[in-house]
Design a protein. Sequence first.
Length: 390
Amino acid sequence: MISPEAHADRRARLLEHARSVGATGYVLFDPTYITYFTGFWFLSNERPIVYLQSSDGSDAIFVPEFEVERTRAESAFERVESYSEYPGPEHPMLALARVAADLGLRGTIAADSDGYPGILGYRGPALSDVTGASVQLLAEEVEQMLVCKSPAEIELLRESGRWCAHAHRLLEQYTRVGSTEAEASLRAQQETTLAMLAAHGSRGLLGSGDGVKAGFRGQIGLRSSWAHAVAHNIEFQPGDVLVTETGAPVWGYQAELERALVIGPPTDRMRRLFDHMLGSRDAAFAAIMPGATCADVDGAVMDYFARNDLQRYWRQHTGHGAGLRNHEAPFLDIGDETPLRPGMVFTIEPGLYDPEVGGFRHSDTVVVTEAGYDLLTGYPSDLESLTLPA
C-alpha cells in the first residue's frame, strides 16, 4: 500500500503549487484525487465528499453525517466535518463554505473544479458562489502528478499484473465449447477474487466493489472485431476468435492484461493477423524509451501497419496511461506529443480487426525505465499457447 508519508508528501507538493498561484489553500472534489492525496476510500455518489487543506497545512474531510462514524474508524483525519444529507434542509455546499472559511480558505482558493461535479443527479452552487472566492483550477497540475508513478505504485501495479495472470489462466480453463461467456467469466472472477482476499485481506481490494475483472466483454467470434463490444452471454463455438479482458485492483491500482485467443486450429488468415498483431506490438515496445514521445510509439505501430498494408484493420491508438484509474493520460496516440519519462505506466495494445475473421489484440502494462521499459504483466503471447481446444 501507499504509506502515510507518501500521501503527506503528495499533499505538500500540491499545497506548494496552491501557494504559488496565490491561493490560501485547495479543495478537492474528485474521488480519485482525494484517494491519491489522502488514501481515503469511499463510495462516490450524489452526496459530496470533499477534502480541504489550508496554506498553513491544516485540513479537513467533509462527508455526509452517516459517513462520519466510518470515516473516523477507517481514516486518520483529525478533523471530520459533516452535513445532514443531500439536498437536505441546507445544501451541503453552504456548510462546506463555513468549513472553508474556518480553515482560512478565502480570497483565492485552488480547486480541481469549481464545485462538486454533477453526477447521479447532483445539482448545486459553485464553490466560488458560496465562498465568494476566486477559484484557481488545479486539475491539470494533479493530472501531471499522476503521470509518473513512484516505486511503491509500480510494485502495486506489478502485483496487480500477477493477479491478472491468475485470472487469465482460470478464464482460459473455463472457456470451452458449449459453455458461455458469463459462465467462464464469473467462475474466473470469483475464484481469483477469493484468492486475492485470502492473500491480501479485504483492504487490498478497496479500488473496486466488483473485485477482479475477467472476461471477454462480448468480443467473441466475429464480434471480436468490435474493439469495444458489450457482453451478451454468447456460447463459445469452434473457430471463434476471442479477445479477453482482465483487471485486478491492488490498493486501487490496476494493471491491464488482455489476450487474443482462438478456439480450435487457427486458419491461415487468423495466423497472419495474429502474427502481424505481434509484430505491431514489438514495434511499440521497441519505440518506448525516455525522450521519445507518445506519438512516436503510436507512429511506430502505424508505420508497421502501413509497411504491411494493414491500415484497413486499424481501429484505435496503441495504448493509454494506467494507475488508480484504468484509463489515464497521456495516451499513446499520434496526436499526443507528451515526452516519455521513467515512471510512466502505459498499456500496449495495438490490434487488428477484420470483420470477416475477428479481432486480434493483446494488452500488456509496462513502466517506462531509464533503459526502455519493464513489463508488469508477464503472460504467454504466442498463438500456440493461446489456442484453446475445440
